[in-house]
Structures are given as C-alpha cells and as structure tokens.
Design a protein around this ligand. Structure first.
Ligand SMILES: [Zn+2]
Length: 432
C-alpha cells in the first residue's frame, strides 16, 4: 500500500517541475520575510533551474543558534501553532516552529513513511519515542493518527511499563530508537516474557544511526520487520525519509524536502551515488524555511527506480554524523562501522561503548563489549575475568575490528549487564 499515490509515484519530469516551482516559491518567501537570509542570499536571487540550488549559501545549526530563538522564522509568532526544540549539545537548544499548514505537511510525510513500513488504518502503534520538546514522540503520534491507527503514547523511559503495555495491548507497530527497542525486548525476555510471540509486525526505528547487524538483532528479539526512518527537527522532525518494503535505501519525501550530497569539507556538490554530507532544502515549510541546511549526516543519494513503485529519491542508510567521526591515529572511524563489526560476532551481546581518550597526543579508543550467555555457559556459568574463553573472544574481537576499520584498538570484555542500556538515545561514544 502507498499512502499518497499521486505524490509518491509521480513521473520524474513532473517531480522535477514541482520541485522547481516550490524551490522558487521558498526562496522568494524566505528572502522577503527573513532579514538575515535576505542579507545573505541577496534580494535579487532568481532560480532558473534546479541546478541553481548550488548557488545558494548553506544554512547551519550555528545560524539557528546565532538567531535564537525566532530570528530565522518567516511568520509572526501569532501564526505558530507548535514549537519544538532539538537537544542542544552545548548551551541553548535549537527552537523550531510550525504553522498549522506545516503540521499538516508533517502528518502527511509521517503517514507516508509509516504506511511504507506496514502501518495500516486500524492498527495499534506503541510509541516509545520521547514525548515533549523532542520531535520523535509527537511526530509519530500525529502520523499514526493521520493513518488511522490507535496510538499508545507511552514515551521513552520506564521499561517495565513498556513490557506491561506491549504484552496486554498487542500492538502491530512499534516506534522507538533502535537501542531502546532492543533494550525493551531483551529485558522483557530476561524477565521471562516472549517478545517474539507478541504479534508485533513492524518497528520504525530512528533518531540514531544503526546498522544491518542491529536490524538482525531487533528482528530476532521482536520477531518483526525493522525499518529505518530518518529526520531532524531543523527540517521538520521524523518524516524526512523512511524505508519501504524493499529496504534498499530510505525514500525521501522530496516533494517537500529537496536533498543533495556535498563534500563535507569543501561543500562542493557530489555526484549521485557518491558518499558525502546530506544537505536539505525545505520546499513547503512556512514558519521556518531552510535553504541548503547542512545536516552533518553522511550518506549517498540515488534516483534509480525502486521495486516498490515509489519514484522519490532514496538515501543510503546513514553512516553517522560528520562530527561523530573519530580520528584515531590518523584513521577516520565512524561508530557505525565499529557497530557493524561487533554485531556480526554471535558471542557478543548487541551492546557496546567506545571510550575515547583525547588527553594524550594521540587519541586512544577502548571498545567495551559484553559476552553472550553461550560464552558464559562455557566459562562455567559465571563471569571470570581472564578465563581462556574470554581471552580468546577478546582477541577475536580485536582481530575483526582491525580488519573492519583498519586500526588496532584495545578491547575490553566487561561483565554481563554493565554497559548502560538506553531508554532513549543510546550513548555509544564516551569521551574520557
Ligand atoms: Zn521503495
């Protein structure tokens, strides 16, 4: 099932024409109404074709911070109907806002990606994204209602309440960060429950980069299909892109958000298929239009036809954020590459942390992992530091990581249940 046939299966030429119309309108709207953007873009800017997009200046998170809270808004306060904020890593958060029309677009793009993952009218959605200023909770809430689902607004945290409601309400759909979904499932199993037998059909997981290994772990524990979803509050929240049943990239709602890929260092456009930083321009947003917003997320773009029949551009699964990249002994390492290698090892639990120590001249990284129950059984059922089985596994993990990331790192096997489980967004990298 496709939620919006007209928009999602539009012929390529029609799609480009619509994008061009909307881009022109967005540039006009922004330049007329947002003084700092008028200064930067120039009042006389005209867009003749889609390639002219590359002549526009970038917008960055720092611009939102600099014009905090409402300096980049294009409508008066009275026209806003909702405000969200993104987690600021340092100092003040980033404030984003929506007109009634913007919320309508948000519900529409959420409905598209949820239906692409298997959501249907009449289903029940267990929503374990955090409610509040974070866009995850209310984004999935509104999208689920638009589809015609019964939404259970559980929010993040309080794992025991998730166990209870999942077992008693038997939802078809689950929405959560992948790390929290895994924690709910594993802790339910540890408490004697059978998450795989609850009848869950699909999970929509996002807000942190995750890997195919994590997909297998989630599908195993829940007995459902796991779909990747993508978004960011500066653009709209979740709903920017999501996987279809083919699961060969995430369809971008590119009649609302125009994607391009640029070189993260120079900002030069990259060709289709080449990896780089995702840059998004909103095409229909009125309260807070964004021209060429630097997402910091590393991916690649394709417009090749998809088996599902949707004609929108697709992005590859996110590799991580450009600023998550660790430079260890001169080698560029994404935490997602470490995750891919670790989750391929059956004798490890799918939880890990990277401890990064930049206090020395050369940054050091130590990888913390936990052994799976099968290995513990071979150690006689109890955790024994230095046991030959533990040592053998530690060496194997080190070897695999060396092959995967091209770098020798220190590996520590830690006792079961000592790596913190996430009740929201996982903390994978700890700076010492
Ligand atoms: Zn598809």
């Amino acid at each position: 099932m496709i939620w919006n046939d007209t928009a999602e299966t539009m012929p390529a030429a029609d799609r480009r024409a619509l994008q061009l119309d909307r881009l022109r309108e967005t540039v006009r709207w922004t330049v007329e109404r947002v003084a700092p953007m008028r200064e930067r873009v120039g009042a006389a800017t005209t867009i003749r074709d889609l390639d002219d997009l590359h002549t526009l200046p970038f917008t960055r998170k720092t611009d939102l911070r600099e014009h905090y809270p409402f300096g980049l808004f294009a409508v008066p306060r009275a026209e806003l109907v909702r405000v969200h904020a993104s987690s600021g890593t340092k100092g003040k958060p980033t404030i984003v806002g929506y007109t009634a029309g913007d919320l309508d677009v948000w519900r529409e793009v959420m409905a598209r990606l949820m239906v692409a993952a298997g959501a249907r009218p009449g289903h029940t959605l267990h929503n374990a994204y955090g409610y509040g200023l974070f866009t995850g909770g209310l984004g999935f809430h509104d999208g689920g209602e638009r589809v015609g689902m019964a939404v259970v607004p559980v929010s993040s945290g309080n794992t025991a309440r998730h166990h209870l409601l999942l077992q008693d309400l038997r939802p078809e759909g689950l929405a959560a960060t992948p790390s929290f979904a895994l924690h709910i499932g594993e802790s339910l199993r540890a408490a004697g429950g059978r998450p795989e037998a609850l009848g869950l059909r699909y999970g929509m997981f996002g807000a942190e980069p995750w890997t195919e290994g994590m997909r297998r772990a989630l599908e195993r524990v829940w007995g459902c299909l796991a779909y990747d979803v993508y978004g960011l509050s500066e653009i709209i929240g979740p709903g920017v892109a999501g996987e279809c049943e083919a699961r060969e990239g995430l369809h971008v709602a590119d009649d609302h958000f125009l994607p391009e890929i640029v070189d993260p260092a120079t900002g030069a456009p990259r060709a289709e298929g080449e990896e780089g930083e995702l840059v998004l321009t909103t095409l229909t947003k009125r309260a807070l239009p964004m021209l060429r917003y630097r997402t910091g997320d590393i991916t690649a773009l394709t417009t090749a036809p998809c088996r599902c029949g949707r004609t929108s551009a697709r992005i590859a699964r996110l590799k991580g954020r450009a600023d998550d990249m660790l430079v260890i002994k001169g080698v560029n390492v994404y935490p997602s590459e470490v995750e891919a290698a670790l989750l391929a090892i059956a004798e490890l639990e799918p939880h890990y942390q990277l401890l990064v120590d930049r206090r020395a001249t050369l940054a050091r990284v130590e990888v913390h992992v936990e052994p799976a129950p099968a290995l513990l059984a071979r150690c006689g059922g109890t955790w024994t530091d230095g046991h030959p089985e533990v040592e053998a596994l530690r060496r194997e993990v080190g070897d695999r990581l060396r092959v995967a990331i091209g770098l020798g790192v220190d590996v520590r096997l830690v006792p079961p249940q000592t790596i913190p489980r996430s009740e929201g967004k996982a903390v994978r990298v700890v700076e010492l």
